[in-house]
Design a protein around this ligand. Structure first.
Ligand code: UT7
Length: 329
């Protein structure tokens, strides 16, 4: 087998829309309370895209910051991968609009639909492209405008999610000089269409006046099932890294920002202290595919990446689909 080219992350970026939707704001539109939301989820507020912003707008801002951080021009990007479940439209791919707006004139691109695991799956696709020598520089963006598929009458879902985007530029480790990509995993257990989904708008339930009247274009979720699943796979994914590398090698865990209680339960199962995990869910809620790259950029800014230590990013969500990436800074 040909030698694989080592891969690194040259730059990270994030973008959050300005508008804040607080728990107190939500108390006014749905039967909930700040105390309930804080206690059950750890969320205080989330960001909401402005009326003239779409997913590619958020993605563009995050991508620009990542390219800036990587000291790379848009023309150098070979592939744009946009992980999202709330693309600008079903098709064409949001990556095409993003690449155009960014000025990535030499890039091809596509969207990747794996809900909350989208960024960690996309990162592995990017790493594979670079390792094989097929492409040199790959931009992976996780971007969501979930507020457009939320029913603000459904307290089971509307309190949990927010809008945002995060991005990473993958290239050879030689060029990146940091953020070594050590591997990852991609898993799924299908047949869970009723647990967490947007029921209508696809071939299963095409959009009709009735589907809209029934609110089937909004996200639906069986929260408790997702909760149990998330705690289990979070702990399993991190345990896999501990078994291979040793607990003392882990510098920080930067997980999908799903729910503070889920993260705390998993850390307790792992017998690891909460200061080993980076969270920002209190400020942004769950931003699906955007959550890991936003958290990565913020953990980096906060000085949480220790030289030579591992960064573990577990993610899990609709599908059910889950996996992780492992980096060394
Ligand atoms: O990326 C993956 C995406 N999915 C998720 O992040 C969801 C994961 N699941 C969760 O985060 C939790 O299951 C929730 C936060 C959604 C719910 O927390 P829970 O502790 O599992 O509560 P529950 O569903 O068991 O509901 C407890 C009670 C119920 O009332 P009754 O039946 O006991 O009277 C709910 O109706 O809380 C009620 N409830 C609420 N009350 C106030 C549910 N949502 C709300 C709300 N405000 N927003």
């Amino acid at each position: 087998m040909a030698t694989l080219i080592p891969v690194g992350i040259a730059g990270l970026g994030r973008y959050l829309p300005e508008r804040r939707l607080t728990n107190l704001d939500l108390e006014k539109v749905v039967d909930t309370s700040d105390a309930w939301i804080q206690q059950r989820t750890g969320i205080s507020e989330r960001r909401i895209a402005a009326g003239d912003q779409v997913t590619s707008t958020l993605a563009l801002n995050a991508a620009r910051q990542a390219l800036d951080d990587a000291k790379m021009s848009p023309e150098e990007i070979d592939v744009v991968v946009c992980a999202t479940v709330t693309g600008d439209q079903s098709f064409p791919a949001t990556a095409c609009r993003l690449g155009h707006d960014l000025g990535a004139k030499n890039a091809g691109g596509f969207d990747l639909g794996a809900a909350c695991s989208g960024f960690v799956f996309g990162s592995q696709v990017a790493a594979g492209f670079i390792q094989s020598g097929q492409f040199r520089n790959v931009l992976v963006v996780g971007a969501e405008v979930l507020s457009r598929i939320l029913d603000y009458k459904d307290r089971n879902t509307c309190v949990l999610f927010g809008d945002g985007a995060g991005a990473a530029v993958f290239t050879s480790l030689d060029r990146a000089g940091r953020g070594e990509f050590l591997g990852g995993s991609i898993s799924m257990e299908g047949g869970a269409e009723d647990v967490l989904s947007q029921p209508a708008g696809g071939s299963r339930h095409p959009a009709t006046a009735e589907s809209v009247a029934q609110g089937l274009h909004y996200m639906k979720m069986g929260g408790t099932k997702v909760y149990k699943f998330a705690v289990r796979v979070f702990a399993e994914l991190v345990k896999g890294v501990i078994d291979k590398y040793g607990r003392d090698q882990i510098g920080v865990i930067v997980p999908h920002q799903v729910n503070q209680r889920i993260i705390e339960s998993a850390m307790e199962q792992l017998d690891m202290p909460m200061d080993m995990v980076f969270t920002n869910i209190d400020r942004y809620g769950n931003t699906s595919a955007a959550s890991v790259p936003i958290a990565l950029r913020e953990a980096y800014d906060a000085g949480r990446f220790q030289k030579g230590k591992l960064i573990v990013c577990p993610a899990f969500g609709a599908g059910m689909a889950w996996g992780h990436i492992l980096l060394r800074w």
